[in-house]
Write a protein that binds this ligand. Structure first.
Ligand SMILES: NC(=O)c1ccc[n+]([C@@H]2O[C@H](COP(=O)([O-])OP(=O)(O)OC[C@H]3O[C@@H](n4cnc5c(N)ncnc54)[C@H](O)[C@@H]3O)[C@@H](O)[C@H]2O)c1
Length: 383
């Protein structure tokens, strides 16, 4: 068995996503399982090269996990002899310039979403990577989650008949920072720092709708900043300049209507923090991150509207859980493995920077729609 080492420059690993999902649960998890088998007895061994702004945080992190390579200089990291891939999980505003540097240094690029702050920049990054002949990918983790994989399985099997509508509900209460500390970084609530619900979540909704149901053709969005003042990590009060809720309606190809509420100012009365209900002529499903329940037309009850009588039916008990029928790995890790195989073996990989740009496009059009109070078409993108 031969081992092929591949250096992965990882930027933003002191952050929530960079550390937990990408470093620990993906790259280090791949090492813990003995590497990634590539076939023909070869195993890929990802070697993280940590890069960030704070030397002491990087050193502490490297020591904690027994890692040898870290630096506060992006140029130095990109020039590392092992470096083949650049990965970015920094705050969104820092992303574009770092990816440009990585492409200029000839590194394959994998990045968190949104891939850039504007559609023009996102397309430019996709074009630059393609012209340089570099592999490139954008994180689309929700597609690899058990609940949504089961939903996709149902769509592919024809379970729904004709799909009519999708209703998505995402959100939870993010504390204001006053009487309890906030559980998300404060930049998310400042537009000038790349924050905002639409920029954060519409990239996800784009690939979820496109990839599981049908391509998004138009968007209408209404936004709100329900909590206008919050308290940051240092205990300072700041003005929340970004949208903390977005109420979106999307028309999909084939006449499907999708409506998704996204809010950080809502209390959860759901089984999971995000749920999508898909209704079709032959059946319906409600998918969350892990679970997916269905109701076939043959088992659909016939409720009769009568406000004079208490509800007698236990509607929630009339659904059936979709079994796993397979083992599901961590969604981030599953996508990392596909990207690493793509880079090293040339296997196909569809979630590239152009797909990432589609998410930025939907966010940009969503914000414009909210500003102008009108529905906007979502044109096809090409490089
Ligand atoms: N795929 C997902 O489900 C998902 C979920 C949350 C966030 N994200 C994305 O991941 C990225 C990081 O989000 P996070 O929640 O981990 O954020 P975070 O604030 O926890 O981490 C941000 C990281 O960027 C670094 N950074 C670089 N320049 C910075 C600057 N000028 N100011 C502040 N930090 C700077 C920080 O040191 C830190 O390592 C964002 O682009 C976000 O959109 C994706």
């Amino acid at each position: 068995m031969s081992r092929r080492v591949i250096g992965v420059v990882m930027n933003g690993v002191t952050g929530r996503m960079g550390y937990r999902q990408h470093l620990v649960r993906s790259i280090l998890a791949i090492r813990e399982q003995g590497g990634l088998p590539l076939g023909d007895g070869e195993v890929l061994w990802p070697e993280p090269i940590l890069v960030g702004r704070s030397a002491h945080k990087l050193k502490e992190l490297a020591d904690r996990h027994g890692l040898d390579h870290w630096t506060t200089s992006l140029d130095e990291a990109l020039a590392h002899p092992l470096a083949e891939i650049y990965f970015d999980a920094q705050v969104t505003t820092a992303r574009e310039s770092a990816i440009r540097a990585a492409i200029a240094a000839g590194k394959h690029v994998y990045t968190e979403k949104p891939t850039a702050e504007s559609l023009a920049s996102a397309l430019e990054l996709a074009r630059l990577a393609r012209e340089a002949g570099l592999c490139n990918g954008a994180v689309q983790d929700k597609l690899f989650l058990p609940g949504l994989l089961k939903l996709k399985r149902l769509v592919d099997s024809g379970f729904f008949g004709r799909i009519l509508s999708v209703r998505g509900e995402f959100g939870y209460w993010v504390f204001e920072g006053t009487w309890q500390s906030a559980q998300r970084p404060s930049w998310n609530y400042r537009a000038e720092d790349g924050g905002g619900m639409i920029l954060d979540m519409f990239p996800h909704w784009r690939y979820v709708l496109d990839g599981i149901v049908a391509p998004v053709r138009s968007v209408y969005a209404h936004t709100a900043t329900h909590i206008p003042r919050r308290v940051d990590e240092q205990g300072r009060t700041y003005a929340a300049t970004a949208d903390d809720a977005a109420y979106g309606i999307f028309e999909l190809e084939g006449g499907v209507t999708a409506q998704i509420n996204s809010s950080w100012a809502v209390r959860v009365d759901r089984d999971e923090l995000v749920e999508f209900q898909v209704d079709g002529t032959h059946g319906s499903a409600v998918a969350g991150l892990r679970n997916c329940r269905i109701q076939h037309r043959g088992s659909t009850p016939k409720p009769v509207w009568n406000p004079d009588l208490p509800a007698t039916e236990q509607f929630r008990s009339q659904w059936q859980q979709v079994p796993d029928n397979e083992e599901f790995d961590n969604g981030f890790k599953a996508q990392w493995e596909l990207f690493l195989r793509h880079v090293t073996t040339g296997s196909p990989y569809q979630w590239d920077l152009l797909e990432g740009a589609k998410g930025v496009q939907l966010a940009e059009l969503g914000l414009q729609s909210a500003r102008e109070g009108r529905r906007l078409d979502v044109p096809e993108l090409s490089l």
